[in-house]
Structure formats: structure tokens, C-alpha cells
Write a protein that binds this ligand. Structure first.
Ligand code: C5P
Length: 406
């Protein structure tokens, strides 16, 4: 659970998106957080404190005159216990209040009274598109950001008022991912990570082709972990139906040649390249323009193959890799003798780090085990979820990159 041990004060200001805060509260708790809800009077017009009390298993605070706290200082006590204060939804009015340091109700008072260096304030705005686009709101947002508030963006789409545009509160699952990401150490801040993931598909004709069993899950987890670590991330993905991790730029490709083109064109901006894709070694030498038909003669089509370019080896030989400006990491999916194969592959691909895993026990699974092979030897990262492994691998890569540029 990604929020184990975290205490979140979830603040609701008035807006129709309050109904989504109930789901968010539940999602935070499911990830291991404890949640204390604080609501403004306006929020309580949209959703009852009873709902949030039941979901959070804690009585909800709403008034600065609440006598439950022995010292009668709910605004101090609540903010001192928090690992973060998350305002969702944050109305235009509430943001304006925060900006001016106003404190005429418990929620704004608590935000003002929070220890600014140790209790981060995250806000998820929610409002009508005109209110969102208004210069006053945009000015307030910029100033809140300058004051150290962490702004969690808005969604685009149909609004409760019937209009369509920017200003919807992000969905509970999106906010959850953003909160989880917020707590991850920013070990790759300032870096641009390029990840290749998934299988490739090599066409035989317009309806058939050759592919492999790679699910793309490890590469997608690495892209997510790198984004959580503060990097700008580009994910070049072969044909897989996985959701794009939040904040990651995804480029969909089909064949190895497409993947090569996409990776080469993105590599100029990248400082790290992590090649997790299971790129087809060969492709049919010609792809038929029309479906190859059975003609009843019993004769089978004869396929010839040509070798695909090696994307990793190509980028590992690039001038930027040679000068240490592009740190390349390869993967090896083997069925046996992992250490020997991974060691040989690292040398052949000329990369500083090669990550070995056992193909049949990782393809399609949600967990994996990794063997990190470098010039000094090997280190195992034992079986765990792919996301947990991805975070450990990203932390390891960040150290190597920092050492290299020191
Ligand atoms: O040679 P092999 O396919 O086993 O090497 C695996 C590593 O090389 C992986 O990191 C994979 O993404 C990368 N690779 C590549 N282009 C290829 C073949 C493999 O980038 N054509």
C-alpha cells in the first residue's frame, strides 16, 4: 500500500465535485492512509459530514468553534498531525481565500496555521470553465504556486452546469495517483527519461503478423516510477492495452522500425534511456499489401526474414551516450543462466547497466524479480510487484546517473 503511515487531512470546500471527495477519501484509505476530513459550511451543502465520517472512520471537523479538542485549537492540532493537507475540491472562492491568507473558517484557518515547511498543501481545483479561465483565478493559481502550494491540475470535459471545458476536478483515481507520486523522492528531477516498452508487431500482411508475449507492464511501471521521481518521461509503447501512467507522454508504435524511429527522434532530449521493450529480432522481408489467401492448393506461403535494427545498441553507441549525457539501461529476458546471459548481453550492447529477468516468470505477471548487472558484478532485487521493483530500479539508476555527472 503506497500511502501506508501517511496521515492526510482532506479538506472539502463547496462545489458539486464534493461527491467525488467521498470516493477519494475511500481510495486514500485503501492505499493505507489515515484521513481526517475537514469541511467548509458550503461543502456540507453538497455532501453530508455523515458520509465522510463513515468512510474515514473519524468524526468530521467543520467549525473553528468545535469544542471537542481539549485546547479548543482544532486548526493547530489538525495541521500538526498531517503529512499533507489535500483540498479537494478547492473552489475558486477557497483558492482566493488561501491566496490572501484569510482565516474566517476552520479549513482556511488550518491551512494558514500549518507549518509551511513540513506540511505540504495540495489543491485540486474544481469549478465552471469560465470561473477557471477567469484572469482572477489564473492569477490566484500562479500566486498560490509561488507561495509553495502544490497544484494538482484540472480535468477537461462535460461539467455539472452543462458546459464543456477545463475546470472539472480530477477523478478520484487520478488524484490518488498524484498524491502517491507527490510522496515519492524526486531523485530524477530535471531528467528526461525515455522508456521503450511492450512487444513489437511485424506485419506479414494487413491482418497478420509476428509478435511476442511481452505485456509491457514492467516498462509502464518504470515510466510511472520515473515520473513519480520527478523526471519528464516519454514512453514509446508497442501494441499493448495498458493505461498511460499519469503525466507521461506516450508514443504508440507497432513495428520495430517504428519503435526505432520514435526512440531515435526522442533520444536527443533524453538523459536516460531504459529499453524494456521486447523488440522482434526479425521481421518478414516483405509485408503483403493484401491479405494472403488460402487457394486450396495446400501450398503454404514462404516467409523470408530480415534482422531488425537494435535500438538499444544504436542509442548506446550515440555520441551523447559516449559523453555520459545519455545513460542507457538494457533488459534481458532469459529462460535460464540469467547471470551469464545478462553479463554477456551487457558487454555486447555496451551499456553501463543491464537488468536481467526470467521471461516465462514475468511475461504478463504483476510481479517480477530483477538482477542488476554492471561492470562490478550483479545485485538481485527480490520478487516484488513491478511497481515496487520499478521504484527501486529508478532509485538505483538515479544514483548511477548522479555519480556519472559528479
Ligand atoms: O538482444 P536482446 O533482444 O535479448 O536484448 C534485449 C535488450 O535490447 C532489451 O533492452 C531490448 O529492449 C533491447 N533491444 C532493442 N532493439 C532490438 C532488440 C533488443 O532495443 N532490436
Amino acid at each position: 500500500m503506497d500511502l501506508n503511515g501517511k496521515h492526510i487531512v482532506l479538506g472539502l470546500s463547496g462545489g458539486i465535485a464534493c461527491y467525488k471527495a467521498a470516493e477519494l477519501c475511500r481510495a486514500l484509505i485503501k492505499e493505507g492512509a489515515t484521513v481526517q476530513v475537514v469541511m467548509t459550511e458550503a461543502a456540507a451543502q453538497f455532501i453530508t459530514p455523515v458520509t465522510l465520517q463513515a468512510l474515514s472512520n473519524r468524526t468530521v471537523y467543520g467549525s473553528q468553534w468545535d469544542a471537542r479538542e481539549p485546547n479548543n485549537m482544532a486548526h493547530i492540532n489538525l495541521s500538526r498531525e498531517a503529512d499533507a493537507i489535500l483540498i479537494a475540491p478547492a473552489s475558486a472562492d477557497f483558492m482566493a481565500k488561501l491566496l490572501h491568507g484569510r482565516a474566517d473558517d476552520l479549513l482556511s484557518l488550518m491551512c494558514l496555521a500549518r507549518p509551511i515547511d513540513t506540511v505540504p498543501l495540495l489543491i485540486a481545483p474544481a469549478m465552471n470553465r469560465e470561473m477557471w479561465a477567469h484572469p482572477a483565478t489564473q492569477r490566484n493559481m500562479a500566486q498560490l504556486k509561488a507561495d509553495g502550494t502544490h497544484l494538482l491540475g484540472v480535468g477537461n470535459g462535460e461539467q455539472a452546469c452543462g458546459e464543456t471545458g477545463d475546470g472539472r476536478m480530477l477523478e478520484p483515481q487520478e488524484l490518488l495517483q498524484d498524491v502517491i507520486a507527490f510522496f515519492q523522492p524526486k531523485v530524477l528531477a530535471g531528467h528526461h527519461v525515455l522508456v521503450s516498452a511492450g512487444p513489437t508487431f511485424e506485419a506479414i500482411d494487413p491482418v497478420r503478423g509476428i509478435t511476442n508475449l511481452s505485456s509491457g507492464k514492467m516498462g509502464f511501471a518504470i515510466a510511472r516510477a520515473a515520473q513519480e521521481a520527478g523526471a519528464a518521461v516519454t514512453l514509446v509503447a508497442g501494441p499493448v492495452a495498458l493505461a498511460t501512467p499519469r503525466g507521461v507522454k506516450r508514443i504508440n508504435v507497432v513495428s520495430a522500425l517504428d519503435m526505432m524511429d520514435a526512440c531515435v527522434s526522442q533520444a536527443d532530449q533524453a538523459t536516460v534511456f531504459i529499453a524494456t521493450a521486447a523488440v522482434a529480432d526479425w521481421r518478414p522481408d516483405t509485408a503483403a499489401h493484401e491479405k494472403i489467401k488460402k487457394d486450396g492448393s495446400g501450398l503454404v506461403p514462404q516467409l523470408g526474414f530480415v534482422e531488425n535494427p537494435d535500438i538499444l545498441a544504436t542509442l548506446a553507441q550515440s555520441p551523447r551516450a559516449a559523453t555520459g549525457d545519455l545513460f542507457c539501461v538494457g533488459f534481458a529476458a532469459e529462460s535460464h543462466d540469467l547471470l551469464a546471459h545478462a553479463t554477456a548481453k551487457r558487454a555486447r550492447k555496451n551499456v553501463p547497466l543491464l537488468v536481467g529477468n526470467i521471461g516465462p516468470s514475468t511475461f504478463g505477471q504483476d510481479d517480477n524479480a530483477l538482477l542488476l548487472v554492471d561492470a562490478n558484478g550483479a545485485r538481485e532485487i527480490p520478487r516484488n510487484s513491478k511497481l515496487a521493483l520499478a521504484r527501486l530500479l529508478v532509485a538505483d539508476i538515479a544514483k548511477r546517473v548522479a555519480r556519472q555527472s559528479a
